[in-house]
Design a binder for this molecule. Structure first.
Ligand code: G3I
Length: 317
């Protein structure tokens, strides 16, 4: 009688049971946007501590929060978040040094070189304050329109096309260690907007402009078309920059929501230069788009079906 076949199974890697723990198994982070005012809430803090290995300030490191008056800086909320993260071995994304929105009122009236100097000073002082503590900075946020043209913000109109390069060079001087990212939405595939950003990054890399990363905000819905999502991430990675999913949320629920979260997670895992994923909040109840329950934990901090889909995808890496 032939010897019975003996089936042996290679010991599988221990499947992690948290998002951050599982992402770390492939050398990635899994983070969340944090509104510091909720850190005293038990469910918020316990969920953040347990599940996420990276944090980003949802609002408190933006220009209106950090420099409410000319050259008058307020780092208290950002410092609290950085200290919280460092005490727990979490990394920090910086969001965001220069953006057309949430500028303090005094900036919006500036013109020409006054605006240029204000932008440079802001970047220098904020990135300098946090130097060495930020893994990645969103140096510039949302500078392009859907058709690939430059957003006609005060920055673009007053400073011309060179303002983005200027911002990156200024940030590099202030914090040589941080990854410097360009961050935007509506870039969830190959389209006119992502094409324009691709051309800018290719030009920056060719001319030695210090850029290290592109952030894909990925504010999605249950029916988002992700047919070229991974391909788009890969083409940016092939330029020699890191890619990061920076503000992921998916409007919807159940299977459809889960499938979109799973596709995004699998796309990041498929691109070696994808450093990790950040969801834009801890719980649905505090989401900027809470009406479409877009996050991984419900209002009672219970794991949703989409959580299971993401964890399974991360453990499948
Ligand atoms: O801080 C004031 C508070 O003093 C005031 O009492 C209250 C009521 O008026 O407003 C508070 O400011 C709000 C701020 O969030 C902090 O909570 C602003 O009104 C509100 O507009 C602001 O919304 C933020 C939004 O950016 C502003 O554009 C959202 O929380 C934040 O999730 C959202 O995040 C952006 C990213 O930074 C960039 N990508 C898009 C994403 C969604 O818009």
């Amino acid at each position: 009688m032939a010897a019975a076949a003996v089936l042996t199974f290679a010991p599988s890697a221990h499947a992690a049971d948290t998002l951050g723990g599982s992402a770390a198994q492939s050398g990635r982070y899994f983070g969340a946007a944090v509104a510091e005012q909720h850190l005293g809430e038990a469910g918020y803090e316990s969920t953040l501590n347990r599940e996420f290995s990276s944090v980003v300030a949802e609002n408190s490191m933006k220009w209106d929060a950090t420099e409410p008056a000319p050259n008058q800086f307020n780092f208290s909320a950002g410092d609290r978040l950085v200290a919280y993260a460092q005490q727990r071995g979490k990394t920090v994304r910086g969001h965001t040094l220069v953006w057309h929105a949430q500028q303090p009122g005094w900036v919006q009236g500036l013109t020409g070189d006054a605006l240029r100097q204000a932008m440079r000073n802001h970047i220098t002082k904020v990135a300098g304050h946090y130097a060495g503590k930020i893994d990645s900075w969103d140096v510039v946020n949302e500078a392009f329109e859907w058709d690939g043209s430059r957003r006609q913000s005060n920055l673009q109109r007053q400073l011309g096309d060179g303002w983005i390069e200027d911002a990156f060079r200024t940030a590099k001087a202030a914090d040589p260690k941080a990854k410097l990212c360009y961050n935007d939405y509506g870039t969830d595939g190959i389209n006119a907007k992502s094409d324009a950003i691709y051309r800018m990054v290719r030009d920056f890399k060719a001319r030695g402009v210090p850029i290290d990363c592109v952030g894909f905000q990925s504010h999605l819905d249950y029916n988002s078309n992700l047919s070229t999502y991974r391909q788009n991430l890969q083409r940016f990675a092939d330029l020699g920059v890191h890619v990061q999913i920076t503000e992921l949320d998916v409007g919807g629920w159940g299977n459809d929501q889960t499938n979109v979260y799973r596709q995004v997670t699998q796309a990041c895992l498929a691109v070696s230069r994808c450093n990790g994923i950040t969801v834009w909040g801890v719980t649905d109840k505090y989401s900027w788009r809470s009406d479409v329950t877009p996050l991984l934990f419900d209002g009672n901090y219970q794991k949703k079906q989409a959580y299971g889909g993401v964890l399974a995808a991360l453990n499948g890496a």
